[in-house]
Write a protein that binds this ligand. Structure first.
Ligand SMILES: *Cc1c(COP(=O)(O)O)cnc(C)c1O
Length: 548
């Protein structure tokens, strides 16, 4: 802490006891924060969007001390200082003009409920520390299971609260959900057989020897999320054995190409362990042809996982649901509640079609997770876990399926509106249409778009590539300036559109899930980008010269 500290606190057994019992005085900074959070959430949060003026290296200066302070600090001094150094420089992810990432606004009731959750501090690893939270979590998993697979009443009666079974696993996010799904796929493939005790006992090497395979592979679209690579690394399969399959012009995986790859792998003695369909790619929001992937998985007799971390919430809209048809044939499905379900971060789920699936990873211990106990920890990768499922439960009950349908349909409509505005605007080019509420576009003045069209017509791909290179610089530079101005935020990524023969281009990416984002805000975002672009005189001159 800084030297500006006025009062000096001293450590004593008595003062330490007090911090576990005594609430803050009503006029303290902490109480003011609590008051602001409950009375004027937007006002409190928006203190932070200014933030972006200060460059990161300056913010880092506030966090340079490396010694644990020897002497204690008064709570009030600490919070005051954190308002300056931390809160003031946090990113206002709930701002309606913050449309670049998957984090959005949250319903007001989530905050007090989170506080209650932290206060109760239940540990979901075992019943002994989470008596009511464990059944609640199982119920949430059951509801998500029903949303995907729609089994009958008896099914849920039978399995939802059954020890040694689970309809899914609650975890910190999509990454752990994907790892869990592939962990199960791997263990089910290399199961105990004859003198082989199973991969979980004898290891991967012994498993491959026993079954006579040279290697394992996972097939997924080139738009697959990087967490799958982490999973392959962790599971001993190796990142290079996640085989990236090309996508079509709409960023959907080419299932025929996947089938050909599977055949080639088979000839080389490589066993396809799982195929992964993406339902809502992180970069473009597109959905793979799930029914065709399900067919291929059954041909190959392998695990079929659907990564619907972002897109899965769309199942709650009866209109959007059609787009995810085939998901009910997946062995496992990842859904993040902290993306389109308006729950704070730390809420991921993987759902299993077959309640027996998790047996492939069951782990028992003597002091907890005993056989026959209902401890969730025996079937999850993570150990100690918070009661985040309560916040999902709250949103599911309070918003309801119909409420989510309205929110999701509105987001889709907003994305289509924005796509239309971009398409009609002479200075912008829509790069990917929104299938869900995610789209990409870039700044490209009319003369550049004309020059590109002409160059394509005359097969001058060198010229196309030169123009795209300058447009890339412009996009990057505009995106950075917009972020630094701190009024609005779009993200950027790199894609290979079919129109440009898969040349890589840099694009703006927007996710329109915040219910408070208005059509006017979207128009303002474009106008701000136009103003910023007008100042990039050096790049514009270069572009104009190229396009002459
Ligand atoms: C966000 C995302 C993930 C990873 O989820 P985290 O919650 O960030 O761990 C995985 N897959 C897809 C498609 C995603 O959009």
């Amino acid at each position: 802490m800084s030297a500006s500290k006025s009062r000096k606190a001293t450590a004593s057994a008595a003062s330490l006891l007090r911090i576990f019992t005594v609430p803050e005085a009503p006029e303290s900074t902490l109480s003011k924060i609590e008051h602001a959070l409950s009375e004027d959430l937007e006002g409190f949060l928006s203190q932070s969007i200014v933030a972006l003026e200060k460059p990161l290296h300056e913010v880092e200066e506030d966090f340079c001390a490396f010694e644990i302070p020897d002497e204690p600090t008064f709570v009030s001094d600490y919070t005051e200082e954190m308002m300056q150094s931390l809160v003031a420089h946090s990113v206002h992810t709930a701002a309606p003009s913050f449309i670049g990432h998957m984090t959005s606004a949250m319903p007001y009731f989530v905050l007090p409920l989170s506080k209650m959750m932290v206060g109760l501090n239940q540990n979901l690893v075992k019943i002994e520390t989470s008596k009511a939270f464990t059944p609640l979590e199982r119920q949430v998993l059951g509801m998500m299971h029903h949303l995907i697979y729609g089994q009958a009443h008896d099914f849920y009666q039978h399995w939802m609260h059954s020890a040694d079974h689970s309809l899914g696993a609650f975890c910190s996010g999509g990454t752990v959900a994907n790892i869990t799904a592939l962990w199960i796929a791997r263990n089910r493939l290399l199961k105990a057989d004859g003198n082989f005790a199973g991969i979980n006992a004898d290891g991967l090497m012994a498993g491959l020897r026993h079954y006579g395979w040279n290697d394992l592979a996972i097939l997924v679209s080139e738009r697959g999320h990087y967490s799958l690579g982490k999973a392959a690394d962790l599971l001993g399969i190796g990142r290079n054995n996640i085989v990236a399959i090309p996508t079509d012009a709409n960023n959907r995986v080419d299932v025929d190409a996947m089938r050909r790859t599977a055949q080639q792998l088979h000839q080389r003695g490589v066993r396809v362990m799982a195929i992964v369909g993406v339902a809502g790619t992180t970069e473009t929001g597109n959905i793979d042809p799930l029914p065709k992937l399900a067919d291929l998985a059954s041909e190959l007799d392998c695990h079929f996982h659907v990564d619907a971390a972002w897109g899965g919430a769309s199942l709650m809209s009866n209109t959007a649901r059609q787009l995810l048809q085939g998901i009910e044939r997946a062995d496992s499905v990842t859904i993040d509640a902290h993306k389109q379900m308006y729950v704070p971060m730390g809420a991921g789920m993987v759902i299993f079609r077959d309640p027996e699936l998790a047996r492939a990873i069951v782990h028992h211990a003597e002091y907890i997770l005993r056989r026959g106990s209902k401890d969730l920890g025996s079937q999850t990768l993570e150990g100690s876990r918070p009661g985040m499922a309560m916040l999902v439960h709250a949103c599911l009950q309070i918003i309801g399926r119909q409420g989510y349908e309205i929110l999701i349909d509105n987001s889709l409509q907003k994305a289509r509106y924005f796509a239309d505005v971009i398409k009609q605007h002479p200075d912008f080019e829509l790069i990917s249409e929104p299938e869900l509420c995610l789209l990409t576009y870039r700044y490209a003045p009319p003369y550049a778009q004309q020059a590109l069209t002409q160059a394509i017509a005359s097969n001058d791909w060198d010229k196309v590539s030169k123009i795209n290179a300058v447009l890339d610089d412009l996009t990057r530079s505009i995106q950075k300036s917009q972020r630094e101005q701190g009024k609005s935020f779009v993200s950027r990524t790199r894609l290979q559109p079919a129109r440009y023969q898969r040349q890589t281009v840099t694009v703006f990416r927007v996710v329109l899930a915040n219910p408070l984002t208005t059509e006017q805000i979207l128009k303002d975002v474009l106008n701000e980008e136009l103003e910023i672009a007008a100042d990039k005189t050096h790049l514009l001159a270069k572009l104009a010269q190229l396009c002459r």
